[in-house]
Each structure stands twice: as C-alpha cells, then as structure tokens.
Design a protein around this ligand. Structure first.
Ligand code: PRP
Length: 209
C-alpha cells in the first residue's frame, strides 16, 4: 500500500487530481465531508488529509510514503525527506514587507515578525544584518501596524492582504511552490512505483508550462 499525505485545501485537491491522472484514483477523496482517510485497495493506494504544515512530518516519519508540501515549509523545518519534484502549483513568494512609510536605519537592530523564523533568520544572516526575531502564528500583517515589529517576512500570493493593510513589499526572499516529497526509506523500497508517479507528474507539469 502506498500512503500519500495530502495538504487540506485547494492545493491538496489539485495534487490529488495529479495522482488520479497518474492512475491512482480513489473514490471519495474530493467529496465534501470530515472523513480523513481514503483507500483504493485495487490500486494499492491510501490518501489522508493533513494540515499543510504537518505533511512533511508524516513523510519524514514514514507514516506517509509521499506527500505534497510547500517549499516554505521545507525551508522552514528542513525535514529529512527527499524533495522529488516541483509540482508547479501553489505558487507564491516569501517576501519582506513593511508599512508604506517605513524607512530603514541600518545602524539599528531590525525587528522582524514572522511565522517563518528560520527563513527570516537565514535571509538576514546572509545580509549580515542583526535582527530581533518575533515569532507570530498568524495575522502577521498586524505586527508592523501596531508597532510590534519594523518588518514582516511572510507569504505573498495575490498581494491583497498587504494592500488592504497598507503594507508594501521591500524584497522577495524566495519563490515558493508545492513540492512532491518522499520518505527516504520508501523511496528505496517502493522505488519503481514512485519513479512511475514522478514520470507521470513531470509530464503533466511540462504539458501545463
Ligand atoms: C497567507 C499569508 C498572508 C496571505 C497572503 O496567510 O500569511 O496573510 O496568505 O495572501 P495574499 O497575498 O493573496 O493576500 P494564509 O491565508 O495562508 O493564512 P495563515 O495566516 O493562517 O497562514
């Protein structure tokens, strides 16, 4: 049985459709409801819905052989998994943003609020900039507005959230998209099947480019 962890939400639905097109369809996965686990014994595949930020943990620990995770999660948590393929979906970017009237003073320690503290720390370390990192779990855009931080490092997709809160992008840290990831032992022991899925998905993403 091949176990696949899908991130709950639109991204996971798109990723499941890619698996289905690769020949691993499974009844019920896309039907609305609270069920979390779906199996197609004939095809030897089992899907389960997990919180997007948890996919890599399921895969790293071997509870899932394969999964789809955003590059943001992979950069932030550095799970011990193989990153097999850019799925070219769920595209967005990690960016530094601040209030429109923000003027940086390089002599001062920069206060940075983010859910992605590791990514933010690496970004500023590469620039040799001292920062005071403030871990925030959501509504990060509030931090510079309320004076909790000078800037934020966060995901920007359409830019609407920034715009509606009078914030502007100062720099792009990294481009983000969904990646197909594999458990390292599974990649070895289920290699033929996984390579077949990779081939099918590569063909799909190339056809869509
Ligand atoms: C992300 C991010 C921004 C928003 C950006 O939050 O933290 O708040 O999306 O999208 P936009 O550029 O299209 O406006 P998400 O919706 O993932 O929720 P979260 O804060 O719970 O992570």
């Amino acid at each position: 049985m091949l176990n696949v962890a899908l991130p709950k939400g639109r991204l996971g639905e798109r990723v499941y459709s890619m698996f289905a097109r690769a020949g691993l369809e499974c009844g019920g996965v896309l039907e609305p409801g609270r069920r979390l686990i779906f199996e197609n014994p004939r095809k030897g595949v089992r899907y389960f819905w997990v919180k997007p930020s948890d996919v890599a943990i399921y895969v790293e620990r071997g509870a899932a052989d394969l999964g789809a995770a955003g590059k943001d999660i992979l950069l932030e948590n550095e799970p011990d998994v193989y990153e097999l393929l850019d799925l070219h979906t769920g595209a967005c970017r990690m960016a530094v943003a601040a209030r429109a009237d923000f003027r940086d003073n390089p002599d001062r320690t920069l206060r940075v609020a983010s859910k992605f503290v590791h990514i933010a720390q690496n970004y500023y370390a590469a620039k040799g900039r001292d920062i005071d990192i403030i871990r925030i779990n959501g509504s990060v855009e509030l931090a510079p507005i309320l004076g909790l931080s000078d800037v934020i490092v966060d995901i920007v997709e359409t830019g609407t959230t920034l715009k509606e809160n009078n914030l502007r992008v100062l720099d792009t840290v990294v481009s983000i998209s969904a990646r197909l990831i594999a458990n390292k032992a599974s990649f070895k022991f289920k290699n033929g099947q996984i390579l077949e899925i990779m081939r099918a998905m590569t063909a799909m993403t190339e056809a869509e480019q």
